[in-house]
Structures are given as C-alpha cells and as structure tokens.
Design a binder for this molecule. Sequence first.
Ligand code: GTB
Length: 217
Amino acid sequence: MTITITAFERSPDGGKGLARDTRVRWALEEVGQPYNVRLVSFRAMKEPAHLALHPFGQIPTYEEGDLVLFETGAIVFHIAERYAGLLPKDAKARARSITWMFAALNTVEPPILELGAAMYQEGDKPWTKERLPLIHDRIRNRLHQFSVRLGNADWVDGGFSAGDLMMVSVLLRLRASGILDEFTNLSSYVARGEARPAYKRAFDAQAAINTAKPPAG
Ligand code: GTB
C-alpha cells in the first residue's frame, strides 16, 4: 500500500533535518518501505484540506490507504508495529523499546522544546536572559540521567530499535547548543544513529528539498 507523508515545503532549518518528518523518513528507511512526500507550505497547513489530516495544522502526517495518522510518535510507533526492523520480537524487549520512545518524547524532549521556544519565540522578552540558564539546567539534568543509564552501551536496550530512533532524533536537536557535547557517550550515541545508512538516506532526502535553490523569478 502506498505511504504518503507530509513535510515542510521549505523547512525553517534550511535542511538540517530537525523538522519531524525526518523521524518518520528515518523509520520508513529502517524498515525498507518506500514512501511519497507531499510538501506543504505554512499557509496550506492551516487550510481545511490539511486540517482534515492534522487537526493542529502541522507536519508530519502519514497516509496509508484509508489510514490517516498525525503525531510523529504515533506514526513511528505504527511503522514499527506494522513492519519488521524497529521493534524486537520478544514481548518484554518490545515493551521496553516502546517505553524509550515515550521517554524520549515525554521526558527528554520537553525541556529541549522549551529551549527552542525561549530562544526563537521569546528571545526578545525581558525574562529570557534569566530563564535560559534554568532551562539549560533542566536539559543537563535529563541528559545526565540518560547518560548514566546508557553508559558504554551502543543502544539503550540491546540492539538498535524505535526507542533509539526517537531518542537520537530528540537529542540531535541539541547539537547547536553545545550541551550535547558535554556528555561524550551521548554525542557518540547520536553520531552512531546518524551514521546508520537509513538515517543518512532520510537526511539526504529532506536536505535535497530544503537546500534546493528556489526557482528563479
Ligand atoms: N507533536 C507533534 C509531532 O510530534 O508530530 C509536533 C509536530 C510539529 O511540531 N510540527 C512542526 C510544524 O508543523 C514541524 S516539526 N510546525 C508548523 C506549525 O506548527 O505551524 C518542529 C520543527 C520545526 C522547525 C524546526 N527547525 O526549523 O529547526 C525544527 C522542528
């Protein structure tokens, strides 16, 4: 069945792969499923046709036959359940991998999102200077905790799984801040994720769109 996802017509990150369609592309590449991409502008995202797919007017979305999904975590979870390659067969190991997906999204990512909001949406507010160190500390605390758990392991629970895909995707948003590099095992973990052929294919596919020169005129 044909899979179609949506992505930014032009990502504000200029092709760094930080928009969330990269996570879905990566999952699809890991399980070897071909997919189409429908590019949407910021304006089109808020129009009825896209709102019918995504009630909050965002990307990514996922269409497969008459199934329509939104929310990156739910999409990656669906891909991992439907196609082999991202979740272990053993029921307990599978449950742990899913736990790590949730941990990435619900425990590690929130302070990282706060940092983005403080820097880009509230950067001109008088409180930002005082707020930033507090957010940095919250991020460092989560990274320290995860760093201790990961230790010297390559992946968080045995072989690479959807839990690592999500955790690496969340952590790599931090690279520009320099905080990730304070935790050498975590920066190596992220680098291991980025070195996977499936990640590279996903990254290159989004970069091809986001770094292409706009048509003249
Ligand atoms: N919880 C949802 C999910 O996980 O799918 C969040 C989806 C979401 O935030 N989508 C963003 C979006 O559509 C794109 S990914 N924004 C448009 C809007 O809300 O109007 C977030 C994102 C955007 C840009 C960068 N960047 O430029 O670096 C990074 C991440």
